[in-house]
Write a protein that binds this ligand. Structure first.
Ligand SMILES: Nc1nc2c(ncn2[C@@H]2O[C@H](COP(=O)(O)OP(=O)(O)OP(=O)(O)O)[C@@H](O)[C@H]2O)c(=O)[nH]1
Length: 331
């Protein structure tokens, strides 16, 4: 059986304190030399130095049973009587075991008692106590399984949530996520009394690339451009895909002057060298519009985007491959 974490069950519980407690309880309750918990076909721990190691190895070597087993005197038992630890040192005599079932209801292992003297009397109440210890082990396995399931579920949810925020093609924030970031950062900057700037960047003549080299080549261009744009911003700044070939960059704490420097860096990075797509070398450029709260202190986030859009289209009109900043007189 494998726990949801992907670890084999035996490995999961090897160092488990709770299992050690149950073993100690079994030892004390039955006044035996050892109480061992064996899982599946897991090999016995490597060491055979101490008496406990030998007893543990002995329990591991006895085949699993779906039924409780009680051997009052192993020296006269049909099969156990041949075992080297029975015929020779440490002369194991008493052996009892009870099956342990996993959360999947399959046989997971057994809890075993080992002693060096025969035990002619093992009452019904003793059998019940051993069954109770086995139930404790089963409960522990169930808890572990539930915890691992819960963790796996939380991880899955986190991945799903992340997926719902990321653009599947270019791996940046998607439109919903970047708008959320903008809203949160605008409030944060307002409260802190620092400016916030945004850049709307758009590839120039992108339609031609699609028309000439095909949509998949256009997709590849978007991925490369996103990666170049990302290289121009700092970790506290955010890049998202706002529309088809339009990117929105949020710069918390930046004035329009800083945003101009960032946008200019982006423009230059894209124009610096051609991008090789399917053995074709493509010269790419972007145009960018900037809007900043230091020039529009009362603007909402929607107004800022629309101001940046106006500046972007002014940049396109002015010949593309350039950066324009929205000012109150630009419309
Ligand atoms: N390959 C690809 N193309 C896209 C995607 N999203 C939008 N487009 C294309 O982007 C192109 C945008 O064309 P236009 O709006 O005319 O812009 P443009 O050709 O870049 O021209 P200017 O912006 O004026 O310089 C259209 O052909 C869209 O189909 C996408 O995810 N992948």
């Amino acid at each position: 059986m494998v726990a949801p974490s992907g670890l084999p069950l035996a490995a999961c519980i090897e160092s488990d304190q709770q299992m050690q407690r149950i073993r100690r309880l079994g030892k004390k309750l039955f006044n035996v030399s050892n109480c061992v918990i064996v899982f599946g076909d897991a090999p016995a721990p490597a060491g055979v130095d101490t008496m406990a190691d030998i007893e543990t190895a002995f329990c591991h070597e006895i085949s699993a049973s779906e039924h409780p087993v009680v051997v009052a005197d192993a020296s006269i038992h049909r099969s156990l009587g041949q075992h080297r630890h029975v015929t020779g040192g440490p002369h194991i005599r008493f052996y009892a075991s009870h099956p342990v079932y996993g959360p999947d209801k399959a046989l997971a292992g057994r809890i075993c008692l080992v002693d060096h003297s025969p035990r002619p009397v093992f009452r019904e109440s003793d059998r019940q106590s051993l069954a109770d210890l086995a139930a404790l082990v089963e409960r522990e396995l169930e808890m572990r399984f539930m915890n691992a399931s819960q963790l796996a579920l939380e991880k899955k949810n986190k991945n799903l949530r992340r997926k719902s925020l990321i653009d599947p093609l270019i791996g940046t924030w998607n439109r919903g996520a970047i708008m959320r970031i903008l809203t949160i950062e605008a409030i944060r900057c307002d409260n802190a009394g620092v400016p916030l700037s945004l850049i709307v960047a758009d590839l120039d003549y992108f339609k031609r690339i699609n028309d000439t080299y095909g949509h998949p080549a256009g997709d590849a261009v978007l991925v490369k451009v996103a990666s170049r744009l990302r290289s121009c911003i700092r970790p506290q700044e955010a890049l998202g895909r706002y529309g088809g070939e339009e990117f929105l960059i949020v710069l918390p704490g930046s004035s329009h002057k800083t945003a101009e420097a960032v946008a200019e860096r982006m423009r230059a990075t894209i124009a610096a060298q051609p991008e090789a797509i399917n053995d074709v070398s493509l010269n790419l450029t972007i145009s960018a519009g900037i809007a900043s709260t230091d020039l529009f202190p009362t603007a909402t986030t929607e107004e800022l985007i629309s101001r940046a859009d106006v500046a972007l289209y002014a940049a396109k009109d002015a010949g593309r491959n350039r950066v324009m900043t929205a000012t109150p007189d630009l419309s």
